[in-house]
Each structure stands twice: as structure tokens, then as C-alpha cells.
Design a binder for this molecule. Structure first.
Ligand SMILES: *[C@@H]1O[C@H](CO)[C@@H](O)[C@H](O)[C@H]1NC(C)=O
Ligand SMILES: *[C@@H]1O[C@H](CO)[C@@H](O)[C@H](O)[C@H]1NC(C)=O
Ligand SMILES: *[C@@H]1O[C@H](CO)[C@@H](O)[C@H](O)[C@H]1NC(C)=O
Ligand SMILES: *[C@@H]1O[C@H](CO)[C@@H](O)[C@H](O)[C@H]1NC(C)=O
Ligand SMILES: *[C@@H]1O[C@H](CO)[C@@H](O)[C@H](O)[C@H]1NC(C)=O
Ligand SMILES: *[C@@H]1O[C@H](CO)[C@@H](O)[C@H](O)[C@H]1NC(C)=O
Ligand SMILES: *[C@@H]1O[C@H](CO)[C@@H](O)[C@H](O)[C@H]1NC(C)=O
Ligand SMILES: *[C@@H]1O[C@H](CO)[C@@H](O)[C@H](O)[C@H]1NC(C)=O
Ligand SMILES: *[C@@H]1O[C@H](CO)[C@@H](O)[C@H](O)[C@H]1NC(C)=O
Length: 778
């Protein structure tokens, strides 16, 4: 009977349930196998669920669990190896005689392992759980413990487990949204690859810190709830229904909304319905429209648009975002007015991540201020505040109830014509410094009012859920230029310089607390004897730098011979602390992210800020790690203030120079390429996770750059790889970049811009020229 049904259904529609042979016994023994076109799945006893092949794309398949007892497209509830490409019809799924569950390709050269344990039998249960048993009939693995994007009745999403949406309705690979059952008892939705913190959340159950070991549960009657400590219900999300013959499924859909579906087994049409959803606002999932794009609702359907001056990166795929339709020139404040103009977008906002917040009474001043500031690429005006932003803009959306205005900088049509800006009469040009001073004063006055009204209103509107309390208030203060402190004030801030947290060539660092916020206070030592004016000028230069990957200078003190700097406090210490920690070295993906963070920070210092800054002391001790584990460069801009020999430290070991470029020792002019050199040495340290000099290793390996070069020449980079998750191709790319950066001849080293392109893989990297001159030097 099953066979005739099979033929009939295939004839009717290829998308209909492709019946597999129903097995009389539910236990799947060693040696059993499935193929996409033959016996394609193992059914549960009632035939409701199946484990096996289902189609994705053009004659390609995936392996997973789906609801087989429904007369509609397979409703997939779990997918194996979801980020591997789909397989062709020639593969075989096997429970091998030695007890592994694998996908064997036609020529059996490229087997993909699904579960690698000693399995003696398997079973597809009527609950939708696929269970593997060991030799004593004990459960050794079950699909319920490894959810992908959905949970079924009886399945629990326990603490720290996550669901990831699929890429699209027809592509089952990992998409861009996630749902996490947090250990703080809150169930939260975020975009992928973001920290688990409130600013990234777009939905939550609002149950933070209300329970212990809270889990998400779904009962067979569709009751969806959070369970506190396995005993009491903390929160009901959806009440149960008493209707019979229904199967429920909760899924984080590819559009980012969490939905509870009910499937009616007794019907032939109108089979599925939505019982509950996390939000009716389909624009609420953050990141739906990609970078720079913004979301607007059209009859409750989300629509992604690009701001003026931007085009879709990929018109068929909105999550790819928007890019500028022109290329920005090298930034010069004086030319901004001629080259660019501002376009206003009412009711529209993006993520609140300004590099500068200014108090302004009229919104046109915000527009002008952004136009004249070459670091400014967009500005948001709301409630008397102008928030200047750099690209890319994230999580954009438009809501007609919002009073926000976004100003976007676009190339003006007259851009080609070169006319000096001062020849344009009648335009007042606000001096930058006065804006800063005014903003500082105004900010102090308005701070209290602002905290109570503006910030709370803003927070309440956007975040129903807030995890980090008392943090946001002060963040806004950070956006103001550094303030000047007296020595006595800093004595109070650090409680009499009690807690020392670090010591470097340029001074000692103390922990302090200012306005309830932790700060790091650096007491500068070994300073050049120079005047107040010069010091103040340097502080202004440093204070004007604003970049995600630079530690923010909050203030300074110049009190006679006493010179101190106040920085934001970085909870995770320095890169040296986390990189050289043998117990818990950062993972490969994180190390790569840190490399890119640092490269972007240096690029900003070299090419993007108003005054070029050569750091002169790039090393892991000067890279700090913030709470989101982003890397930030510290101590930049100090080189000019320090005595010459402070940055110029030999390691004292023959054949090595530490992080210091060779030109330092040759009385050659020091340029930005000296930083490139130091970056190169540090890059090798980061990818290999070891210090550039380690005398406890053999002579051959002791000096990292020589060892890396040796391995590169011998075409044997595998020796350098410390963990399996390292991507070998990327690793080689990083090695090549590193070796280019540490070339002896400064002019041969790439610029930071080039370095970044090479790291990102957008340009080819030729093999670096021979380093032999270097190896024989000194
Ligand atoms: C499917 O499985 C049944 C029972 O194990 C077997 O008799 C039949 O030959 C298989 N069909 C194919 C196409 O492999
Ligand atoms: C599927 O493959 C066939 C033959 O390989 C091709 O002609 C057809 O265009 C493909 N369809 C899609 C949607 O890719
Ligand atoms: C099955 O999927 C196809 C393609 O994704 C779609 O066009 C069709 O409407 C679906 N059928 C049902 C019953 O959902
Ligand atoms: C959750 O469980 C803990 C321990 O059983 C209990 O102290 C707490 O009051 C419970 N919370 C709620 C909201 O029921
Ligand atoms: C939390 O609850 C789960 C399921 O109820 C249980 O398996 C686990 O042991 C609990 N964990 C702790 C730390 O109590
Ligand atoms: C949740 O729902 C259950 C039954 O559906 C009910 O007994 C319980 O009182 C509800 N709990 C809360 C906290 O609303
Ligand atoms: C399908 O069923 C749902 C509830 O089960 C009902 O609300 C809806 O109106 C039905 N739709 C159609 C087209 O029958
Ligand atoms: C870029 O966008 C702006 C504003 O949308 C438009 O005026 C201009 O024509 C566009 N330029 C190009 C080259 O598409
Ligand atoms: C859409 O673009 C995103 C980002 O570039 C990419 O990750 C995703 O795979 C694309 N989706 C499709 C269906 O092409």
C-alpha cells in the first residue's frame, strides 16, 4: 500500500511527502542505511516524524527530522550539519557496523560525520526525538539536546542553550537571528554575532533575575512557558489548547520572529496556524535590513530601504544591506561643504552608537555641524541632542511616531568643482573647539534633566528589557571632549592612588571611580620637560580621536610636574593577559576579530583622524579588551610627550628587536611604517598564541618571527597551528600579512589600509620577499 501511495504522490507533486518504507520495528540497527532517492527516511512508530533526507534546492538534500505525517511540504524540525552544503543524490546515510552515523559520498572519499560515538542502535520516537543508544541500551545522544531552530513538545531549551533561525524559508543553514535561554532567567532574541547585552536584544520575556535554572518548555497541548527551578511556572507565553489531533512546534523563523505553530493532523487544508508570536512588528528584529539599511512597515509587512546616497548591495537580498553610491574622498574638513550635502530622513533612526553627542537647540545646527566635520557620516537629532555617527549604521528603522531626524551625508552634485570653502560668503563656520566647550558646559547642566527625561524615555521606548543598569547614563558623558581635572580631584577619584592595576614605560595606572563609573588613571612618568601648552595641545589631539577601537580619554590633569590621564576602564585587562593565558587562550575566531579591531584602530590613527598619530609603542600590553571583548588601543598620542628612549626598548636578546622597528636603531626618520612593523610582530603572536620571544623553547623556535619564516619557507605552517578550529587558509593569509609587515625596509611594508584589505581577504597577497637580509641583520 505504501508503495502505491508513493508512486501516486510523486506523480501528483514532487513537493509532497515522499513516502519511505515504513519499518515495522522502530529500532534502527548497525548497518542500516538511507539514500535520498531510495528508502529516504526512518519513520517513528506512528509515522508522524521521520529522520532522513529531505530536499533543499535543485536535486540536493539535507539530513534532518521532519513532520512526515502531514500532507504538505516537509516541516523540518531539526537539521544535521546545517552549515555544510546540501548533498547530492548519490550519498548514503549510514549507521556503520562500527557504530558511527555518517553521510558517505558516492566515491566514499568525503564522509561527513553526523554523530561520532559508539552507537549500537537508533530510534526515531513519536515525540520527534531521534535517539542513539550505546551498547548497554543507554541513551548516548538525542536530537532534543541539540536543537537547531525549533523545539517540540517535551523538548526543553535549558540554560545557555540557543536556537538559530534558518537563512530563509527554503535554506536551512544558519541565519541571522538567535534565541537564547540566558542564565539570568531571561529568554532573549538577538541578532547573531552580538554580545548578550540589552542594546542588541530585540525581544525578551522580561524575566531577568526572577528565577533559578529557568528553562523554556512546550507541553503537548501547546502550553509554552518558562519553568523556574524545574518546579514552578515563572511565566506563561502561550496557554494550552484543548483541541485534539494537533502537533505544536515553536520556531525562531528566518524573519527573526518567534512563533508557536499548531498543525492540525485531521485536516486536509488549512493545516497550520500560528497560536502565538513574540511580536507582531516584523521590523523589530534587529539587522533584518543589513548594514545601513532601514526597515519600514507596509501593511504590516517589513520593507527594507536604503538611505539617500546608498544603493542595495544585492538587490535580491535585503539582509546584505546598503552601500554608498559614491566613493568618499580623503577627508578634509575644509572641503566638506563643497563636496557633500546633507539629506534629512524624518522619523528614522539607527543604533545609538555616536562618537560625539552635542547639545543643540535647533536641528539645523546638527545638520551643519555634521556637514563640516569630516568624521561625521550621519547625525541623528532628537530632543536637543545631536548624535554624530560614522558608517556603518545598524538596525535602522522608520516609525511615524518617532520624532527623530536622521541626517545623511551624501556627495553633492558639484563635488568635482574645486573652490576653497572660505570663498563662499555668508556661511558661518563654527570653530570646533567652541562646540566642545559649549557642549561640555551644557552637558553638565543638562545631565540630570537628560538622565531623567531623555534617556529614560528613549530606553523605555526601545528597550523593554534592560540588563545592565546604571551604565547607560554615563556612556553619554563619554561622548564629550576630555575634561581637565585637578590633582586633588584625581586623588579622590582613585582613593589616594590605592589600587595599582598596571605599570608601563610611560607610567603607573590606578583604578578609580568617577560618578559611579570605573576609570583608569594613569600617572605619567619619564615625561619630557615640556610646557603646559604643549601638553594641552596633545590632550586636545588625543581627545578628538573617536573610534570604536581606541580607548577613550575622559580627562587629564596638568598640575605643575604632575601629569595624569583619565581613561575609560577596561574590565578584561590587556591583550597580553588573555593571549598568553595558557589555561584559556582565546579561540581562533576571537583572535581574528581582535586582529581586525587593532588594524582598524591603527588605520584610524594613521589616516582617518585630523592629525596623524604614530603610536610608536604597539604591543599586546597596550591593547585593552573591553566588556564585549573588543580590542581597543591605548596610550596613543603619548610618543611625543615621552623621553625618546622610553618607547625604544631593546629586549636584550640577540637577533630580536621585540616590537620595535629596525629604523629606530638606524637614526632613520620614524614613520607610520614603524607601527606597521610592531603590528606585524603582534599579528604573529596573536595567530600563534605565543610571545614573540620564548627562551624556554628550542633555539629554532625561540624567536617567533624567525620560526614563522622558517615554517613558511618550508611550506609547513601546520607546525604553528595550535588548535583544530584554526582555518588553515586564513592562517596562511595572516602569516603572509605578518611577514610583509615586518620587512626590514619600511617602504616595502604595506600601509595599514593595505594591511586591512589583505586581512579581510579582498586583495591577493603575494609571497613576501625574502627576509634573509633581516635574518642576518644585527
Ligand atoms: C527499502 O527497505 C526495505 C526493507 O528494509 C527493502 O526491502 C528494500 O529493498 C529497500 N528499498 C531500496 C530501494 O533500497
Ligand atoms: C535545476 O537544474 C537543472 C539541470 O541541472 C537546470 O536546468 C535548472 O535551471 C535548475 N533549476 C534551478 C531553479 O536552479
Ligand atoms: C511547498 O513549497 C513550495 C516551494 O517552496 C511552495 O511554492 C508551495 O506553496 C508549498 N506548498 C505548501 C502546501 O505549503
Ligand atoms: C524561583 O525558584 C526559587 C528557588 O526555588 C525561588 O526562591 C523563587 O522565589 C522562585 N521565583 C519565582 C518568581 O517563583
Ligand atoms: C537545571 O534544570 C535542568 C532541567 O530541569 C536539569 O537537568 C539541570 O540539572 C538543572 N541544573 C542545575 C544547575 O540545577
Ligand atoms: C500558567 O498557565 C497555567 C495553566 O495553563 C496556570 O495553571 C498557571 O496559573 C499560569 N501561571 C501564571 C504565572 O500565569
Ligand atoms: C484556519 O484555521 C484557523 C484556526 O485553526 C482559523 O482561524 C482560520 O480562519 C482558518 N483559515 C481558513 C482559510 O479556513
Ligand atoms: C546617489 O544617490 C543620490 C541620492 O539618492 C542621487 O541623487 C544620485 O543621483 C545617486 N548617484 C548615483 C551615481 O547613482
Ligand atoms: C544575503 O546576504 C547575506 C549577507 O551578505 C548573506 O549572508 C546571505 O547568505 C544572503 N542570502 C541569500 C539568500 O543570498
Amino acid at each position: 500500500m505504501a508503495n502505491s501511495l508513493f508512486t501516486l504522490l510523486v506523480l501528483l507533486s514532487a513537493t509532497y511527502f515522499v513516502a519511505a518504507q515504513r519499518r515495522t520495528s522502530n529500532s534502527i540497527s548497525q548497518g542500516s542505511s538511507l539514500t535520498p532517492t531510495g528508502n529516504s527516511s526512518w519513520l517513528s512508530p506512528s509515522g508522524l516524524f521521520a529522520f532522513g533526507f529531505y530536499p533543499q534546492g535543485n536535486n540536493t538534500y539535507r539530513v534532518g527530522i521532519f513532520i512526515a505525517g502531514l500532507r504538505l511540504n516537509k516541516t523540518v524540525v531539526w537539521t544535521a550539519n546545517r552549515d555544510d552544503p546540501p548533498v547530492s543524490s548519490g550519498v548514503t546515510l549510514q549507521l556503520t557496523p562500527d557504530g558511527r552515523l555518517i553521510l558517505q559520498s558516492q566515491d566514499s572519499t568525503t564522509d561527513a560525520v553526523i554523530v561520532d560515538q559508539s552507537i549500537s542502535s537508533a530510534s526515531m520516537l513519536d515525540s520527534g526525538n531521534f535517539v542513539l543508544f550505546g551498547s548497554n541500551q543507554e541513551k548516548i545522544w538525542q536530537s532534543f539536546d541539540h536543537p537547531t531552530d525549533a523545539i517540540l513538545p517535551g523538548q526543553i531549551l535549558s540554560q545557555n542553550q540557543e536556537l538559530f533561525s534558518r537563512a530563509s524559508d527554503s535554506d536551512y543553514s544558519t541565519g541571522i537571528f538567535r534565541l537564547k535561554m540566558q542564565s539570568d532567567s531571561n529568554l532573549v532574541q538577538y541578532p547573531v554575532q552580538t554580545p548578550d547585552t540589552a542594546p542588541y536584544a530585540y525581544w525578551s520575556s522580561s524575566t531577568n533575575n526572577q528565577g533559578v535554572n529557568v528553562t523554556l518548555n512546550l507541553d503537548p497541548d501547546g502550553h509554552l512557558y518558562l519553568l523556574n527551578n524545574s518546579v514552578s511556572i515563572l511565566k506563561n507565553l502561550s496557554d494550552g489548547l484543548s483541541e485534539k489531533q494537533r502537533v505544536y512546534l515553536m520556531r525562531i523563523d528566518s524573519d527573526g520572529i518567534l512563533r508557536l505553530y499548531s498543525f492540525n493532523l485531521g485536516r486536509k487544508d488549512n493545516i497550520s496556524s500560528i497560536v502565538w508570536k513574540s511580536s507582531g512588528d516584523k521590523c523589530s528584529p534587529k539587522g533584518l535590513c543589513g548594514l545601513n539599511g532601514y526597515c519600514t512597515l507596509n501593511d504590516d509587512e517589513p520593507k527594507c530601504l536604503c538611505p539617500p546616497g546608498f544603493d542595495n548591495v544585492n538587490p535580491g537580498n535585503y539582509t546584505a544591506g546598503c552601500k554608498r553610491n559614491y566613493t568618499a574622498d580623503i577627508c578634509k574638513n575644509s572641503e566638506q561643504r563643497i563636496q557633500y550635502s546633507m539629506r534629512a530622513l524624518e522619523y528614522t533612526w539607527w543604533e545609538n552608537d555616536p562618537y560625539l553627542v552635542l547639545k543643540m537647540k535647533i536641528k539645523e545646527d546638527c545638520e551643519t555641524s555634521c556637514l563640516e566635520d569630516c568624521n561625521c557620516e550621519a547625525a541623528f537629532y532628537k530632543d536637543g541632542e545631536c548624535r554624530k555617527q560614522r558608517l556603518p549604521l545598524r538596525y535602522g528603522r522608520r516609525l511615524l511616531t518617532d520624532s527623530n531626524v536622521a541626517y545623511i551625508k551624501v556627495a553633492s552634485p558639484t563635488r568635482q568643482i574645486e573652490t576653497p570653502s572660505h570663498s563662499r560668503p555668508g556661511k558661518k563656520k563654527e570653530p570646533r573647539l567652541s562646540i566642545l566647550i559649549i557642549s561640555l558646559t551644557l552637558c553638565a547642566l543638562a545631565f540630570t534633566v537628560f538622565v531623567i527625561s531623555g534617556y529614560l524615555a528613549y530606553r523605555n521606548r526601545i528597550w523593554a528589557y534592560k540588563k545592565i543598569s546604571a551604565k547607560g547614563n554615563f556612556e553619554l558623558m563619554d561622548d564629550i571632549a576630555p575634561r581637565s581635572f585637578t590633582y586633588a580631584e584625581l586623588e579622590e577619584v582613585t582613593n589616594g592612588f590605592q589600587e595599582e592595576i598596571g605599570r608601563g614605560a610611560s607610567g603607573t595606572i590606578y583604578k578609580g571611580k568617577f560618578n559611579d563609573k570605573l576609570v583608569a588613571v594613569k600617572r605619567l612618568e619619564n615625561m619630557l620637560a615640556e610646557g603646559e601648552k604643549e601638553f594641552q595641545n596633545e590632550m586636545k589631539v588625543i581627545g578628538r580621536t573617536h573610534h570604536r577601537n581606541l580607548v577613550r580619554l575622559l580627562g587629564y590633569c596638568h598640575d605643575g610636574p604632575k601629569k595624569l590621564l583619565v581613561y575609560e576602564y577596561m574590565v578584561n585587562g590587556s591583550l597580553a593577559d588573555i593571549l598568553f593565558d595558557p589555561q584559556n587562550p582565546p579561540r581562533w575566531e576571537e583572535r581574528i576579530r581582535i586582529v581586525l579591531d587593532i588594524a582598524r584602530g591603527i588605520l584610524y590613527l594613521h589616516e582617518e583622524c585630523e592629525t596623524q598619530i604614530i603610536h610608536c609603542d604597539i604591543k599586546p600590553q597596550n591593547i585593552l579588551i573591553d566588556e564585549y571583548r573588543s580590542a581597543k588601543i591605548s596610550d596613543f598620542g603619548l610618543a611625543k610627550l615621552l623621553k625618546a628612549d622610553q618607547t625604544n626598548t631593546y629586549t636584550g636578546i640577540r637577533g630580536t628587536r621585540g616590537y620595535v622597528a629596525p629604523e629606530w636603531h638606524r637614526n632613520m626618520a620614524v614613520t607610520v611604517k614603524a607601527d606597521v612593523y610592531s603590528f606585524g610582530i603582534m599579528l604573529l603572536e596573536i595567530i600563534c598564541c605565543r610571545r614573540s620571544v620564548n627562551l624556554s623553547l628550542s633555539e629554532e623556535e625561540a624567536v617567533l618571527e624567525e620560526w614563522v619564516y622558517q615554517c613558511f619557507e618550508d611550506n609547513d605552517l601546520a607546525k604553528l597551528i595550535i588548535d583544530e578550529e584554526t582555518d588553515r587558509k586564513k592562517f596562511e593569509r595572516m602569516v603572509r600579512v605578518g611577514l610583509w609587515c615586518i620587512l626590514d625596509e619600511p617602504s616595502l611594508r604595506p600601509s595599514m589600509k593595505k594591511v586591512l584589505l589583505m586581512l579581510e581577504g579582498t586583495v591577493d597577497i603575494p609571497a613576501p620577499p625574502s627576509l634573509s637580509s633581516y635574518l642576518t641583520a644585527i
